[in-house]
Design a protein around this ligand. Structure first.
Ligand SMILES: Nc1ncnc2c1ncn2[C@@H]1O[C@H](COP(=O)(O)OP(=O)(O)O)[C@@H](O)[C@H]1O
Ligand SMILES: CC(=O)N[C@@H](CCC(=O)OP(=O)(O)O)C(=O)O
Length: 302
């Protein structure tokens, strides 16, 4: 005879968590989510595995995740090892030929590592850069104003081989997603001039998200989200709020291209872009499947 006992409260809580996720699972089924995994968010092996598990879970519940990764700190470390000097202007790495070569090499290694960990977590993944299957064509971006703090003057800096995506051919992404494969994309792309361009990974993710009509763009970094001047987390922002925070100097450095990407993405049809703390285990699931969410969400004013 089989006897049934009332399940303990721990099990009931697990069931409640799943039920809380149900409306989100229904709402997002069949949608595409672009997840940008920043170099600062890639912690130890366990953190990368947690991230990969989230990606595999998204795919398992009928969502199509596309991963775009960074690797800024890792590129910086390799350049240092090679004795190549590097600097950032407005959150973008000034990139000469040698730097572009090193960036492509380091990002290529990270690309394969992420694809491998997703496969280990039970998913199927293929690593690409903008060069594969004509995925992304880039164009050199214009110079940037650089404030020389020592002498208090601004000058226009040529960033070298730093590009921005001008064309995305989504067909390879559609083919992979339909075949149950998660695309993992490195932010490198060729120009029509045949040169190799280094692209800020946030910018790359935003362009991909807009091209595929993603429902959500997640940008995983190493802060809780956008912080106000007194360190409080700003949970909801509109493009107008972003303009204000840029103008008054609240957002600086790498947060500038990140927020510009969010604004571009929501203006080009992405429903919402969210800046998340990639150091928090399973932060993607917390954001997507709980009523509270996490991080800073950017969307157009209602
Ligand atoms: N207002 C702000 N709120 C949060 N972070 C900010 C802000 N202004 C500047 N930052 C900086 O932006 C960084 C995130 O950008 P970045 O270093 O490029 O991250 P990633 O490598 O993940 O793309 C944070 O670590 C923080 O130092
Ligand atoms: C032009 C430019 O700045 N390219 C970036 C590409 C990698 C990147 O963006 O990585 P994170 O997301 O980890 O910062 C770089 O060279 O660092």
């Amino acid at each position: 005879m089989i006897s049934r006992h009332a399940p303990d409260t721990g099990l009931l809580e697990k069931a409640a968590t799943l039920i809380e996720a149900l409306p989100y699972l229904q709402r997002y089924e069949g949608q595409t989510f672009v997840v940008k995994y920043g170099g600062h968010a890639m912690g130890d092996t366990a953190a990368v595995r947690d991230f990969a598990e989230d990606v595999v879970l998204l795919k398992a519940v009928g969502i199509n995740p596309i991963v775009v990764h960074g690797g800024g700190p890792q590129i910086g470390a390799m350049l240092k090892q090679l004795g190549v000097e590097s600097r950032f202007v407005g959150g973008l790495r000034v990139t000469d030929k040698e730097t572009a070569r090193v960036a492509e090499m380091v990002l290529g290694a990270i690309n394969k590592e992420i694809a491998g960990v997703v496969v280990q977590a039970g998913g199927r993944a293929v690593g690409l850069s903008g060069k594969d299957a004509g995925l992304v064509t880039a164009e050199k971006i214009g110079g940037r104003r650089d404030a020389d703090l020592n002498v208090g003057i601004e000058r226009n800096v040529d960033l070298g081989f730093v590009g921005e995506p001008v064309h995305v051919d989504r067909s390879i992404l559609d083919t992979l997603s339909a075949a149950g494969v998660v695309p993992i994309i490195a932010p490198i792309a060729p120009g029509a001039d045949g040169e190799t361009y280094n692209i800020n990974a946030d910018t790359m993710a935003g362009a991909i998200a807009a091209a595929v009509g993603a429902k959500r763009l997640f940008l995983l970094t190493d802060v809780a989200g956008v912080l106000s001047k007194d360190g409080a987390l700003l949970t909801d922002m509109t493009p107008e709020d972003v303009a204000t925070l840029k103008a008054d100097g609240t957002v600086k450095g790498g947060m500038i291209p990140k927020l510009e990407t969010c604004v571009h993405a929501v203006e080009r049809g992405v429903e919402a872009a969210v800046i998340l703390d990639g150091r928090v285990p399973h932060v993607i699931l917390v954001e997507m499947f709980t009523a509270e969410g996490a991080g800073t969400l950017v969307r157009r004013a209602a």
